[in-house]
Design a protein around this ligand. Structure first.
Ligand code: HSE
Length: 332
């Protein structure tokens, strides 16, 4: 099995490390070598049909800031040259156009390759085009880590809960906002809390995407499409971020034994992200950087999940689970 990693930031490097950790397990399970035959960051690339050492790739990126020695001008040209079976697309999210990620995924699916991504832009903007393309070309296309990082949600709803009629999902889908709001609960100013979240590596490249609610809105759109079978994009989500939340509002909520949390809500008819009052002790009142979601379905009733919504190894764990599903299907 040959893997190409597109995007070699936090998640790409984490995935390379996870492959190194799980290589023996994968090779024993499938009886074939599992190779990384190419990797690309925003400027450089490296390709080797015989397989690259994942840890050497991570080390080179750490020392030189580049994953490869050669520079490229068009990522699709690099993919054309590479020999791979599965594209792992983890380049930075672009919620306006889908960015290079959309081109890379489209190219891979058009070439008959399976794709795993956590890149929210392409999924929040062109979900139906991509699913249709994948089906037409009989490609597997999975994206568990795009919502909630390590927190199981998409495959949980689509696979484990496949007999259920899911009525709604409400959740905290952005760790940066939750961290800021939790700190504000304790009296810390907004700007200082945001700075801390950025230092922890949680915030998006442009933190506006977090605090204005755009990152949560992408996730809500992805859930609407993948779990509810709707045909929506990021632009259909009613979004309010957390920049307008004052210390007074937080104090007023506290005086009523409530907290303010940025909640994403999705159902057959709802598609919203906004600050909500949540009673203390409610599953959606959690503090810190965790993500959490409450799924309401007709037979099972409420199911609550929570987990780390970001992080190099945590997000890579979701990619690994998609990789195993694809490899299981390929060897059936
Ligand atoms: N910026 C996101 C968050 C990370 O703060 O939760 C992954 O989407």
């Amino acid at each position: 099995m040959r893997i190409f990693i597109c995007g070699f930031g936090t998640v790409g490097q984490g995935f390379a490390e996870v492959i190194a950790q799980r290589r023996e397990f994968l090779e024993e399970r499938y009886g074939c070598p599992v190779l990384i035959t190419g990797a690309m960051d925003s400027r450089t690339y490296v390709i080797d049909r015989d397989g690259l050492d994942p840890i050497a790739l991570v080390d080179r990126k750490k020392v030189t800031g580049r994953v490869g020695e050669d520079e490229y001008s068009d990522s699709v040209d690099v993919l054309e040259q590479a020999a791979y079976d599965i594209l792992v697309e983890v380049s930075p999210t672009d919620v306006k156009t889908g960015g290079a990620g959309l081109r890379n995924i489209t190219h891979a699916l058009e070439s008959g390759k399976d794709v795993i991504t956590v890149n929210k832009g392409p999924l929040a903007l062109k979900f139906h085009d991509l699913i249709t393309l994948a089906k037409r070309n009989r490609c597997k296309f999975r994206f568990e880590g795009s919502v909630g990082g390590a927190m199981p949600i998409i495959n949980l709803c689509r696979e484990n809960l496949r007999g259920e009629r899911i009525e709604s999902i409400r959740g905290i889908f952005n760790g940066t906002c939750n961290f800021i709001l939790s700190k504000m609960d304790k009296g810390q100013p907004f700007d200082q809390a945001l700075k801390e979240a950025q230092q922890m590596g949680y915030a998006e490249t442009d933190p506006t995407n977090d605090i204005e609610g755009y990152d949560s809105a992408c996730k809500v759109a992805i859930l609407a499409n993948s779990v509810f079978g709707r045909n929506v994009t990021f632009d259909d989500v009613r979004i309010t971020g957390i920049t307008g939340i004052t210390d007074e509002a937080i104090a007023l909520a506290a005086s009523r034994n409530m907290v303010i949390r940025l909640i994403g809500e999705v159902s057959e008819t709802k598609l919203e992200v906004g600050p909500r009052l949540v009673p203390r002790g409610h599953p959606l009142s959690i503090s810190g950087t965790l993500n959490t979601a409450q799924i309401i379905s007709d037979l099972a009733g409420p199911i609550t999940v929570s987990g780390r919504g970001a992080g190099r190894i945590e997000t890579a764990s979701a990619i690994l689970s998609d990789l195993i599903s694809i490899m299981d299907e390929r060897t059936e």
